[in-house]
Write a protein that binds this ligand. Structure first.
Ligand code: BGC
Length: 754
């Protein structure tokens, strides 16, 4: 009976709903995307088209209400879904159902060197975005780590273009599998926060193509539906309407068919905004309705000024149609895709994923045996440092999140030892006592009345009966730390933490130091610590993830996605004209010269032979790995020649295969990131001593051996010829260097390219 009723109901619904053939083409999700786009476009008025090209609120841009085409909802990104803000203001809307899962910062993901985790991350955050009815996620960020001082390094994927390119694609694809567009940012050469809206990056083409563009190109080739411009200028033009970047490179060379969105407030010029490749202008007048006498969204460059130009013939409808096609494509790919996605939010699966990504990215930098923690029952751990206690999901700028909960290290330690070991916390120093950002409150009380010397004395006194001292410090997401809008002012630990660490070491107790930061911190005190862990902003589950590694529940397998130098001045950025830029007569903005060219990060230190504290790609485990038998498939390979810039990343055919055997020689299971670097010592141009061109994370049981194999295409052997505007793989001898970090090459094999 029940079945019959259901059948009758289904028949009735089918009879009443329009057949696919009755639907206008644009509403028929079974039709090809571009047919739908053309059909919708043909039905739209000029005003409706222009409306779609600029914001209508802080985080939305209009649809076409008359045609039932929904507006686009944008959200930060890139570590979780931003809490709702008011329609016209940055203030929180005060919703009580928008506390998300905070995923680890992107630099933490990069430190996992794990493509599968990047996919998992993208998928989970895409589900959260879909559940919250967002269409465009403003992330991931793939600007390169040029200076360790950049305030937004934590939102990016390290200093190497290959690593970032490999991780951005699965992230993007994971997000988009949920009918949410990933918006890759900030395009391009936006590598500092100091004067970010008034600095012109002067970069040569070889450097652009080899260092700063590859991760963006990989994302585009991998199917990214949206790209965000950046605040700075390049080539003397603001990047949100930069002809060379957006028209010539992104849309013409790479064939990007998605939508270009401005960074909030990144647009400056009516005419350039129209003709130079921008599609949606967001955030120009950040005060929204309050800032102008009339509806200020109408004052956007792509609003009334655009309509005026279209009406009097200064602008063409052809250019407008191109923008609208891209916007419609985005709508049909997301909310009107025809595929049903419901998403999910703050699920146990998301928390578990966040915990796994966070722990798999933790990097063990040093270990004299103090880790995993061994404390006798009834013993005591003295925990010192603000970051053992301070909640770190809030802050940092636009990636600020309101999370359902945040596990701090102190809580996780208590849970892990469950009363069997006493855990006493001493603050040790006062860093950033703020506990709210953008009206997201942690509810913590971080006020402190003791002075610096008393804080140290109290910590030292508390060490007397401790079995072990665990210091958890580093940076935070306050101003001049890891934070949007400002850069760091020093590469060393702030707030007098070095003094605290040295005082704790002087107690003679075993000392473990955890540095939580999103960017490289110099560690001149490294020799006084028994063990050092590089921690990150791990999100909701950060404390659990850290304690998982400290106790050995998880064997650390993260590797540094950037170099940790000994001193700032050892790096490639040595003049003011390189960073933060200088004023040049006759130039309206600050000029910043990328004089170091392609030599950033390990490319610089390796090539110049400058020692570093911890190299790129470095990270220890609780087990050990042995490499052997590195081999190339062929001693001589064919394939020398040129490759067009239009060729898709990774589409080239394999010219060489490198294999190596890796054995777990210790007594616990663990994962090793096997890295392949290529050296081209006979190149006719300067090339770095080595460059990363492959990596695999392999999990090995004690005693187990696996063969790891890397396929190389011509692109992996090429450098960018600016004059010929193409990639060149020159004939000659190449070296395949396989290792455990950029500085720890365990096996080498040579081959000749003809
Ligand atoms: C940031 C972007 C962010 C946007 C929206 C800008 O200031 O640079 O990364 O997505 O604001 O919050």
């Amino acid at each position: 009976m029940k079945k019959l009723t259901l059948f009758a109901l289904a028949t009735l619904v089918a009879a009443c709903s329009p057949k696919s053939s009755d639907l206008p083409v644009y509403l028929d999700a079974s039709k090809p995307l571009d047919e739908r786009v053309e059909d919708a476009l043909s039905r739209m008025t000029l005003e409706e088209k222009v409306a779609m090209t600029h914001a209508q609120s802080k985080f939305s841009s209009p649809g076409v209400p008359r045609l039932g085409i929904p507006e686009l909802w944008h959200t930060d990104g890139p570590h979780g879904i931003r809490p709702e803000v008011l329609w016209d203001e940055w203030d929180q809307a005060g919703w009580t159902n928008d506390s998300c899962t905070a995923f680890p910062a992107l630099v933490n993901l990069a430190a996992t060197w794990d493509r599968e985790l990047a996919r998992l991350y993208g998928d989970c955050i895409g589900q959260e975005a879909r559940y919250r009815e967002k269409d465009i996620l403003l992330g991931p960020g793939v600007n390169m780590g040029r200076t360790p001082l950049n305030g937004r390094t934590f939102e990016y994927m390290g200093e190497d273009p290959y690593l970032a390119a490999q991780l951005v694609v699965p992230y993007v694809q994971g997000v988009q599998a949920n009918g949410v567009a990933a918006c890759v940012k900030h395009f391009a050469v936006n590598n500092q926060e100091t004067r970010r809206t008034a600095t012109n990056s002067v970069v040569d083409d070889r450097t652009m193509y080899e260092i700063y563009l590859p991760a963006f190109k990989a994302a585009v080739d991998g199917g990214a539906w949206a790209i965000m411009g950046s605040y700075n200028l390049y080539n003397g033009q603001f990047n949100c309407h930069n002809k060379k970047l957006l028209c010539d490179i992104l849309k013409d060379e790479w064939g990007f068919d998605g939508v270009v969105i401005s960074d909030w407030g990144g647009c400056r010029d009516d005419d350039q905004a129209i003709v130079n490749g921008l599609d949606i202008e967001m955030g120009t007048w950040t005060n929204g309705l309050r800032g102008a006498a009339s509806d200020s969204y109408q004052n956007y460059h792509l609003a009334r000024p655009y309509l005026e130009r279209l009406r009097d013939g200064r602008a063409t409808e052809e250019v407008l149609n191109d923008k609208v096609r891209r916007i419609l494509r985005t709508v049909f790919r997301t909310s009107m895709s025809g595929e049903v996605h419901y998403g999910s939010f703050t699920s146990p699966e998301h928390f578990a994923a966040a915990r796994r990504i966070a722990s798999d990215g933790l990097v063990l930098l040093k270990n004299d045996g103090a880790l995993p923690l061994q404390v006798p029952e009834g013993g005591k751990i003295l925990l010192v440092g603000e970051n053992a206690y301070k909640m770190m999901v809030v802050g940092g700028g636009s990636s600020n999140l309101k999370t359902k909960y945040e596990v701090i290290p102190l809580q996780a330690l208590h849970e892990a030892f469950d009363g069997k070991v006493r855990v006493q916390w001493e603050r040790g120093y006062v860093g950033d006592a703020s506990t709210s950002f953008d009206r997201v409150d942690t509810g913590q009380d971080l006020t402190e009345s003791r002075d610096a010397q008393t804080l140290i004395a109290d910590a030292v006194a508390a060490a007397a009966d401790a079995d072990l001292v665990l210091f958890i410090g580093g940076l935070n997401k306050g101003a001049n730390q890891d934070n949007e809008g400002t850069d760091r002012t020093q590469i060393e630990l702030p707030y007098g933490q070095e003094e605290v660490i040295r005082a704790l070491a002087a107690t003679g107790k075993p000392l473990v130091v955890v540095n939580i930061s999103g960017s490289p911190v110099a560690m001149p005190w490294a020799d006084v610590a028994g063990a050092i862990v590089q921690g990150w902003y791990g999100g909701t589950e950060s404390g659990h993830a850290l304690v998982d590694v400290l106790t050995g529940t998880v064997n650390p397998s993260g590797k540094l996605p950037f170099t940790v130098p000994c001193r700032l001045e050892d790096g490639p950025i040595r003049t003011e004209r390189q960073y933060p830029g200088i004023q040049v007569e006759g130039k309206p903005y600050w000029e910043e010269y990328y004089d170091e060219g392609i030599y950033i990060g390990y490319r610089w230190y390796d090539t110049k032979g400058i020692p570093v504290q911890f190299p790129f790609g470095y990270g220890l485990s609780y087990t050990t790995f042995e490499y052997s038998d590195a081999k190339v498939a062929r001693a001589v390979v064919k394939g020398a020649g040129k490759t067009a810039v239009t060729e898709a990343t990774g589409s080239g055919k394999t010219v060489q295969t490198v294999t190596v055997r890796v054995k777990n020689t210790g007594s616990v299971a663990g994962a090793e990131v096997v890295q392949l670097y290529i050296a081209d010592p006979e190149a006719s141009v300067d090339r770095p001593a080595k460059e990363l061109k492959g990596f695999r994370k392999v999990f090995l049981q004690p005693g187990e051996t696996k063969t790891v194999s890397f396929d190389l295409d011509r692109a992996a052997l090429s450098w960018f010829d600016a004059e010929g505007h193409c990639w060149v793989a020159e004939p000659g001898t190449f070296q395949a260097l396989v290792g455990s970090s950029s500085a720890d090459i365990r096996a080498t094999a040579s081959f000749e390219l003809k």
